[in-house]
Structure formats: structure tokens, C-alpha cells
Design a protein around this ligand. Sequence first.
Ligand code: SAM
Length: 283
Amino acid sequence: MSGKIYVVATPIGNLGDLTPRIRRAFEEADFIAAEDTRVSVKLLNHFGIKKPLVSYYEHNLKQKGDYIISRVLAGETCAVCSDAGTPCISDPGEILVKQAHRAGIQLVPIPGPSAVITALCVSGQDTGRFCFEGFLSTVKKQRLEHLNGLKEEKRTMIFYEAPHKLLNTLRDFETFFGRERPMTIARELTKLHEEIKLTTVGRALEYYSANPPKGEFVLVLSGRPEVQRQTQSLEEVAQSCLDLAKRENLSLSDAAKQVCAKTPFGKSEVYKAAMKLKEERRQ
Ligand code: SAM
């Protein structure tokens, strides 16, 4: 009979978050598949658990996945974990879980910390509907495509970010979502220097330009506000577009591009409405 795979969450910075079930899953496993065995061995040593470790990380997923599945099919039980938090969430595990389903292996989730939910629950942003966006790509084209696809997103958006990329990401947020968009920056969650800042994209940019970012970050960005659609009609936005074009000597198309960024309307929608308004005035 085949064994099973425990998918085990581990603390994201505070060993106090290690639950009895997490500990028991490690104790029951015949072997542990860990993202970085040097990191996981420290956690296991802390609790006096000694188990054979298999490294399972980004660059050996296929080969090690097959190996893990074959051992489990032969009757062993595996606990899979990442360096911190929940496996499969911007961490290895997803492919192994899919392989296990295909092989008919029982999967047992052992829930615990994940930075995405830990940040969201204290963010002060809407929590009813949200989407997890993980890390933005370091490849500019992919990053900009990703953000462009989120311009209309109304749900709260959650991103992971490394400190050295934070400023760049905030600049991209400014371009795609505007300076006034509310956001929460959650830093070093569950650790000694935990910080939860309810702010805006513009204020965060100013703050971190003056204070170089350090530690681990989760960015919780408010979705596109509904309220603007109610407070500003398309006709009013079209009028602002005409005013801006006249004042700054811009083409209507360029003015529409600038004006629409702060509204719920798209560029071509604003452009067409402004053209219509202009025509009506001529008649
Ligand atoms: N699987 C993990 C989880 O469930 O949260 C995430 C792993 S991902 C490789 C690491 C990223 O998660 C970090 O770069 C950071 O964005 C976020 N993160 C992890 N721990 C954190 C913490 N204590 N405080 C803030 N962000 C954290």
C-alpha cells in the first residue's frame, strides 16, 4: 500500500507558530522533502526531530519529484516543506502535489503560517475578495504586462517583494495605479521588527526613498475604487481631458491617457467621450 504526503507549513519568522500537528507530521514522516535542507535541519534540530532529508527545490523538481513519488508509492510517508511558510505558495511543492494526484497518492495538508494571509488579515484593506499575485518578474516586459493586466482589478491585490526591488515596484505601482492608491506594507511579520503600515503608493515611495528597505515585505494593494465612478461621470472626465489638452497643448489622445489614470475609465473611452463633447460644442 502506498504511503502519503504531508504538505507542511512552517513558521515565517516565529518558532512559536509551530503547531503540534506540524511537529507530529514531521515525526510521522519517513523522510522530509525540504527546499533547503540546511534551513529545515535547524528547525528539526530545535524540536529534536531527526529524519532523512531530501532536497527538493526549483532546479530539481522533475527528477526529485519522480524519486519522492516512487518512494511514497513503495509505502513511505513524506513531509514536504519549504524554507518558511506554506509550500506551493511562491515556493516549491505545486508540481509534487500535481504528480501525487496523478499517482493516486493521499495528500494531507498541515496548515500553518503563510505571509500572504498573515499580511492580509492586518492590512486594513478589503478582505472579502482578494487575489495573490506572488513576486513580480524581474524581466521588465513580463512585469509591465503583469501590472497592466491588473489596472482594472477591483479586488485587493497581494504581492511578495524583496527589499532591493521594493522601490522599483513602488514606482511601477505609481505608473499603473496612481500615487493615491491605498496600500499596506507588511514587513518582517511575526518577527522582532514587525511593521504594518497603512499608507498610499505615493507616501510609501517617499518613505522608502529616504529609508532604504530592509527585511521581508508583503504589499497589500487596494483594488480599483468603485467610488470614483460614482463621483465623476464620463462626461466630467471628458471635460477634464479637453481642459488638460488645451492647458498643456497636448493631443487629445495624450490628455486622455493622463486623465484616465486617475479614473475608472479606459483611455479610449475617455478619448471618444472628449471627441464627442468637442464635436457637440462645434455645432
Ligand atoms: N511560501 C511562503 C509563504 O507561504 O508565505 C512564501 C515564500 S516566498 C519565497 C518568500 C516571500 O514571502 C518573501 O520575499 C516575502 O515577500 C514574503 N515573506 C515571507 N516571510 C515574511 C515575513 N515574515 N514578513 C513579510 N513577508 C514575508
